[in-house]
Design a protein around this ligand. Structure first.
Ligand SMILES: NC(=O)c1ccc[n+]([C@@H]2O[C@H](COP(=O)([O-])OP(=O)(O)OC[C@H]3O[C@@H](n4cnc5c(N)ncnc54)[C@H](O)[C@@H]3O)[C@@H](O)[C@H]2O)c1
Length: 443
């Protein structure tokens, strides 16, 4: 069926939807991207990309080949053979699933649904969403899923900023409400993705995504807890992780950080926790991980106070290096570096930040702008301390350790480097008088 289908509509052109739309257009599909954000639509019309991994050229070429166009007109959904939903699935104020965007998008699809269409949900969500929420909503059109239209779920695994795994290379899990639905989705996706993994139900496919992200959340929090234990025992956690990963099986290395951030990792486990509660179950791992993750910024602030021998950070000038939620990207959603800035400010510190990818960021309602340190000498009195929160490639690290008296390195970015600063690493143990870690605490 797949190769005969020619028109695809992608609803939601964000970090997930735009790359996906362009991947389909590259394979010869005529793709209509649908979004409500006028700014994004205008940029796309001008042949410009707002996603860092996608060069303007790619948008321009797809548009020139008439393989891709973007609109906010929902009636265009009717032209599509395949409709893929990539809208946000955030949490509401009570940290519970907020399916508002999904319900809105699904209602638009319902209003323009026609026989023969294939609808695939890609947004991350709790097991049961496609079957219990999306299916009944689409069937309000009078068309039946499995006979008139075909509905499936395929979790998105794109990893923004990761150049080693382009979208088409990441194996794609697909599923359908019925067997026929699953085969329809598989046939289409096989024409774009190198490997397609079909599984038995949409519930299992939704759970697959939550397992992957909860696994990351739990392990990131676990290694952060181990980093704190190592620090208390005067053991360098970074050395320990290096040694442990020399084991060729049974150990996957995770590394300390100010915490898990982003739109997915701290959010998706709460979708799972919420759903589990509906079945009278709960995950103590998710609860504990959440607690550890939440405490990380405060933990770092306490270590900095200790290093400066101060009760409070009132008036202390601190430079936070990196505010994106992970290296080499410009996305700041749920960034632990921003939570760290909030925490430092609450303690009275005067905080500036430097991030080559993020020119401005809002912290507690106030707009902060990245300072320019790269290549500009920092005067010794400008900052009392720098915190390396994110290890983007190409940071001016030597400059930091030569020009700022104290550097707190949460990522072991300064490994092997020498400078005049006193350097303390997250989980690096207590430094001795020469700055070497791994020395037990003394009275
Ligand atoms: N960002 C990632 O790395 C990533 C990875 C895997 C999965 N996901 C999941 O994919 C989904 C989308 O995430 P994202 O990062 O692309 O979000 P995003 O915020 O970058 O993009 C979502 C887009 O949907 C648009 N939108 C919202 N409601 C709409 C509607 N009713 N009709 C049309 N467009 C609408 C928004 O304007 C926005 O442009 C989420 O469920 C997320 O958890 C994200």
């Amino acid at each position: 069926m797949g190769n005969r289908l020619k028109k695809v509509a992608v609803v939601g052109l964000g970090y997930v939807g735009l790359p996906l739309a362009l991947a389909f257009s590259k394979q010869g599909y005529k793709v209509t991207g649908i979004d409500l954000d006028e700014r994004k639509l205008q940029l796309l019309k001008e042949g410009r990309s707002y996603i860092q991994d996608i060069p303007d050229q790619q948008v321009k070429e797809s548009a020139q080949r008439r393989q891709f166009s973007a609109t906010r007109e929902m009636h265009r959904l009717r032209e599509a053979d395949v409709i893929i939903i990539c809208v946000p699935t955030p949490l509401n104020g009570d940290d519970e699933p907020d399916l508002t965007y999904l319900m809105q998008a699904a209602a638009s699809i319902r209003d323009h649904l026609r026989r023969g269409q294939i609808i695939v949900l890609e947004s991350s969500t709790y097991p049961g969403t496609t079957r219990e929420v999306l299916k009944p909503l689409l069937e309000q059109s009078g068309l039946s899923v499995g006979t008139d239209v075909f509905l499936g779920y395929s979790p998105e695994r794109v990893d923004p900023g990761n150049r080693h795994y382009p979208l088409e290379v990441i194996p794609k899990v697909v599923s359908g409400i019925t067997d026929k639905c699953a085969r329809a989705v598989e046939d289409v996706y096989k024409t774009v993705f190198q490997t397609v993994v079909r599984i038995s139900s949409t519930d299992a496919a939704e759970m697959t995504k939550l397992l992957e992200n909860t696994y990351r959340f739990v392990n990131i929090s676990f290694i952060n807890e181990i980093a704190q234990l190592c620090n208390s025992m005067g053991i360098d956690v970074w050395e320990v992780i290096e040694a442990a990963r020399s084991k060729p099986f049974g150990f996957s290395a995770f590394f300390p950080s100010p915490g898990a951030g982003g739109h997915c990792i701290p959010v998706d486990p709460l979708y799972l926790q919420w759903r589990a509660k509906q079945f009278g179950a709960t995950s103590s791992f998710i609860a504990a991980s959440r607690e550890i993750n939440h405490r990380m910024p405060r933990y770092i602030v306490e270590r900095i106070k200790e290093a400066l021998s101060r009760e409070s950070l009132s008036g202390v000038k601190i430079l936070v290096v990196g505010v994106a939620f992970k290296p080499n990207i410009d996305d700041t959603r749920e960034s632990s570096a921003i939570q760290l800035i909030e925490c430092l400010q609450q303690d009275g510190a005067a905080v500036s930040y430097y991030d080559p990818y993020v020119h401005e960021v809002r912290v507690q309602g106030k707009l902060l702008t990245s300072v320019h340190i790269s290549g500009n000498p920092v005067s010794q009195s400008e900052y009392d301390c720098a915190i390396i929160a994110v290890n983007h490639e190409g940071l001016p690290l030597q400059q930091l350790i030569d020009q700022i008296p104290l550097v707190y390195d949460t990522r072991n970015a300064l490994k092997g480097m020498q400078g005049t600063a006193k350097v303390i690493r997250l989980g690096g143990g207590t430094p001795d008088s020469e700055g070497n870690a791994g020395i037990p605490l003394r009275d």
